[in-house]
Design a protein around this ligand. Sequence first.
Ligand code: OGA
Ligand code: NI
Length: 334
Amino acid sequence: MEVDGVQAVASICKKVDIIPSEFIRSENEQPAITTLHGVVLEVPVIDLSDSDEAKLVELVAESSKNWGIFQVVNHGIPDESISKLIEVGKEFFELPREEKEVIAKTPESGIEGYGTSLEKEIDGKKGWVDHLFHRVWPPSAINFKYWPKNPPSYREANEKYAEKLREVSDKLFKYLSLGIGLEGHEMKAAAGGDDLIYMMKINYYPPCPRPDLALGVAAHTDMSTLTILVPNEVQGLQVFRDDNWYDVKYIPNALIIHIGDQIEIMSNGKYKAVFHRTTVNKEKTRMSWPVFLEPPAEHEVGPISKLVNEENPSKYKTKKFKDYFYCKLNKLPQ
Ligand code: OGA
Ligand code: NI
């Protein structure tokens, strides 16, 4: 059972303007020192409604090779569906702590449920963030026990969003396949096909009296194939590029697409997982809704055989996703 969420710590710290030492980052991580200020990074923005498919393939492939991150607009998910997702998630996090703890993570629940920090950070530091994880697709992978019952429209909003998100995800997998000379279906098939798991996470970053010293989520790459993220309007996502950390521009109703470790592996390094982190805000609560598209636990992921030959030897091990996951969470070599 988790004790104090960061939300509870935040409400105490607000009064005194200091934060506990476990939230204070070392100097090489502190956002005030390590961010290139005054520049908002314009990661590629791709209009998915473009009828020229060859052009979309080119844009998605180029962005995934050179950036590992891009935003998509006119993606087909109605704005109302996104605002509803945001609204119900916010309502859940604003419930009293006891109500949220009804679906708290337990040792048996694995990753699903409401809680704080997931990964063990080497130096024992903590992120200024609480979260909720639950699967949203496929139906056989869903356990409604970890979905909030309150607000009552939580389930419908998440189901509707997930349904629309599948269309976006299928498109992206197709473009990523075509972009490196594979047939349209191959990348998704290598990731688990229709058994691909959609893991919803909500990040809740309460206001922080010392946003110069703390981080929300520390620097990482996602272990997913792709991550499709909706942020609220509060700035916070940063990307590492040319040896600096930059803020990523917020575009209302856009989806932020991260290339995760599994796509990097499947493409044998042609596509790059993006190194990213989040900062927090002094006055405002930031929230975000990443959906991690994950291979099933027992599914083996490795470089796609067509991409491996004498000139391009395999750069990554082939292993079950659950084994990759275990090593990454526990900071063990892959
Ligand atoms: C994550 C993450 C980014 C964000 O949860 O893995 O990188 O914008 N979140 O909250
Ligand atoms: Ni991430």
